[in-house]
Design a protein around this ligand. Structure first.
Ligand code: GCU
Length: 681
């Protein structure tokens, strides 16, 4: 049962107009003998056969033959092509030159390192698949972000925390999966979009996973790391902060305890004896009940630095998550605010972490809601390495039943001006390391894949994985470019299909927002599993995620004067804008302000009327998606057609349920009728 959707965007669809490539070299000249170069050569061979029916040979590189040259600026004599190796001086380690010689007899795929050569090969294949001309190509590229990381939330029993597309491809039955085919194909997918690091287990590290650091499992971690490495991907593990107790039988995991420090140092040595280029640890500490330095009366600095010291001799890194908040809030206490927590916890610690510590900050201050402001911690620590964390898994955005294309959201995050260093201090300029000269930084994301045949549950959710990679490689790529690439690679170039899919994807985030929680207030979901509406689901729980709706109004007062003061965590004009009822953007109004239902938005309608309008509209938009998708029957692979069709039906049911529950709730609370007199139950 092979389906194109298994291959996602690496289907290498047959090129209709193959004539223009009739003189493409059929020999691949390989300069260099590494696993990565080998992967690149095999990918080229496979893709050329698939797209152009060319049977290519792979052989050691010689300068005078017509070939696709695959190597590094050191392994290929560039002077033969009149290229100065100096060209590579300004490129980072993963950059490359992609060039076709004038007579078209040579295609040069030259990396600064072998990773660069692999990325050049994938770039070349993208050009072919888009049926663009190869004449006179000369492209010099390098990734903008250093760390481009995937976080699997996979447990060793095979389940995936917040996984919506089957079971883990890495683990099952409290062990590693025997079949590594999917891991290898996943590595291909990831490296084709430039992802260069992965943590393979859930940030919540339970009993069995704690043992990943032991001789019982390290040989298997090593096997997986070998596969990933051959695609330029570095392996990390999520660790249990209490490991010195649980694995080392020490009485404590106190980071300042000498024995604990020694234990971690020995552990690092052991890990590196298996995996010499091991990336390091991802750590969820003192968060949602997981152990951390607080457990032993210490803070994050001591907590992270003990690990950093252990990993430092091997160039390993500590990715320390900032998702730390008090999840046992008393509703009477209007000053405690989960949104404030990351900033309050970490900002005072700026400059105190060792250089191989990187703080990983969720893009919003709460938890991956459909609409949140950007975390004020991003840019607020000038002397501490930072990575921003996205969630590709659609935990709060439809769980890969509903379509919700997140690239437009991530673009907004990356383009957001924090003003942390004056105007133009965008998030992307912070996480690419350029603004504050971070030694390590980048973007990480929670993966959305599982062992479903199409990887992502809803086939359209593949676009989020693709888009994350491309955007992380280059945050300046436009949403349209990324979207069109994915559509073309996945569905081919039929303009009817492309148009319909593009319209659905580009509208889908807004649509999801329309029928769910309004104006940035978030939540209103069923507790625990987080799918479907439950307006008061978290309102009467201890997790501290309130909307404070009553008969008079709704929203969280996070202003400086009368609220939690959260708005004051932003720099300059952002703080002023969010703090001001007049200037606060409509879409975040209820995140920052508690207002009466009759409050008039900039859009001209009242809050209550906005709620009604968007909820009716959201459902209508899903109906439009269904209509345009149905027109693609016979034009896309049947299995994919049925998959998306079925999911759109689920989405419609979900959207209607949201509409009706939200509308009824607010009609009853406010007593204000819909101006347009539509059906409210
Ligand atoms: C969310 C999610 C949890 C996850 C946590 C995290 O709260 O619901 O399942 O463990 O984020 O990011 O650590």
């Amino acid at each position: 049962f092979v389906t194109n959707s298994y291959h996602c965007w690496l289907q290498y669809r047959k090129i209709e107009n193959a004539n223009q490539y009739s003189d493409i070299p059929s020999s691949i000249g390989v300069a260099g003998n590494t696993a990565i170069i080998d992967s690149a050569a095999r990918e080229l061979q496979y893709a050329l056969k698939s797209m152009l029916d060319v049977d290519s040979t792979v052989q050691p590189y010689t300068s005078n033959e017509s070939s696709i040259v695959l190597g590094t600026y050191e392994s290929v004599n560039l002077n033969n092509y009149g290229i100065s190796p100096k060209l590579f001086d300004d490129l980072n380690e993963e950059g490359y030159l992609l060039k076709t010689t004038e007579d078209n007899r040579q295609v040069l795929l030259i990396g600064k390192t072998d990773r660069g050569a692999l990325y050049a090969a994938f770039h070349f294949l993208r050009i072919l698949q888009q049926e663009e001309s190869l004449l006179g190509l000369e492209i010099v590229e390098a990734p903008k972000n250093q760390l481009r990381m995937m976080n699997q939330w996979d447990n060793m029993n095979g389940s995936i925390e917040r996984g919506y597309s089957g079971k883990s491809i890495f683990f099952n039955g409290n062990d590693f999966s025997k079949d590594v085919t999917r891991i290898k194909d996943y590595a291909r997918l990831l490296s084709s979009v430039g992802v260069n690091a992965i943590s393979i287990n859930n940030v919540n590290v339970w009993d069995v996973e704690t043992k990943l650091l032991t001789e019982e499992f390290l040989p298997k971690v090593k096997e997986v790391a070998n596969i990933l490495r051959s695609y330029g991907i570095t392996t990390y593990l999520s660790i249990n902060y209490a490991s010195p107790i649980e694995l080392g039988n020490l009485p404590t995991a106190d980071p300042l305890d000498k024995e604990v420090g020694k234990w971690w140092a020995r552990k690092a040595e052991e890990i590196y004896s298996y995996i010499p280029d091991f990336g390091g640890f991802v750590v969820k500490a003192d968060s949602e009940g997981r152990p951390g330095p607080f457990t032993y009366g210490r803070g994050h600095v001591e907590g992270a630095n003990v690990l950093a010291r252990a990993l430092q001799p091997f160039n390993g890194k500590v990715v320390w998550r900032c998702f730390v908040y008090n999840c046992l809030q008393d509703w009477r206490d209007r000053k405690t605010d989960r949104a404030r927590a990351a900033y309050d916890n970490f900002k005072p610690l700026d400059g105190r972490f060792l250089d191989n510590v990187i703080l990983q900050i969720k893009n919003g201050p709460m938890d991956f809601q459909v609409r949140e402001p950007i975390s004020p911690l991003v840019g607020a620590m000038k002397e501490t390495n930072q990575v921003v964390e996205f969630q590709i898994a659609q935990e709060y955005t439809g769980q890969q039943k509903d379509v919700c294309y997140l690239v437009p959201q991530w673009k907004e995050v990356l383009d957001f001006d924090t003003y942390s260093d004056g105007e133009g201090s965008t998030v992307k300029s912070i996480v690419d390391g350029s603004r504050y000269n971070y030694s390590h930084s980048g973007i990480a994301a929670v993966s959305n894949i599982g062992n479903d045949i199409n990887w992502t549950g809803n086939t359209l959710a593949q676009a989020n994985l693709y888009g994350f990679g491309r955007l992380t490689w280059n945050p300046d790529l436009s949403t349209e470019t990324i979207t069109n690439e994915w559509i073309q690679f996945t569905f081919g170039s039929d303009p009817t299909v492309a148009g319909a899919v593009e319209d659905i994807l580009l509208q889908s985030w807004r649509t999801y927002e329309n029928y769910t929680a309004p104006l940035g207030v978030g939540w209103m979901v069923n507790p625990d599993h987080h799918y479907g509406p439950n307006v008061e689901g978290y309102e009467y729980s201890k997790w501290g995620t309130y909307h404070f709706a009553d008969r008079d109004g709704i929203g969280v007062d996070r202003t400086i004067e009368t609220g939690t003061g959260y708005a004051g965590q932003y720099f300059g004009s952002n703080a002023e804008r969010y703090n001001s009822l007049e200037d606060c953007p409509d879409e975040l109004l209820l995140f920052f302000h508690h207002v009466p239902y009759s409050h008039k938005l900039h859009s001209g309608v009242t809050v209550i009327q906005h709620i009604y309008n968007t909820h009716f509209q959201g459902v209508e938009e899903v109906e439009t998606f269904i209509k345009s998708w149905n027109e693609l029957e016979g034009k896309v692979e049947n299995w994919v057609f049925e998959n998306v069709k079925e999911r759109l039906q689920l989405q419609l049911e979900n959207a209607k349920e949201w509409r009706d529950r939200i509308n009824t709730y607010f009609y009853r609370k406010s007593g204000i009728a819909d101006e347009k007199n539509r059906t409210i139950y």
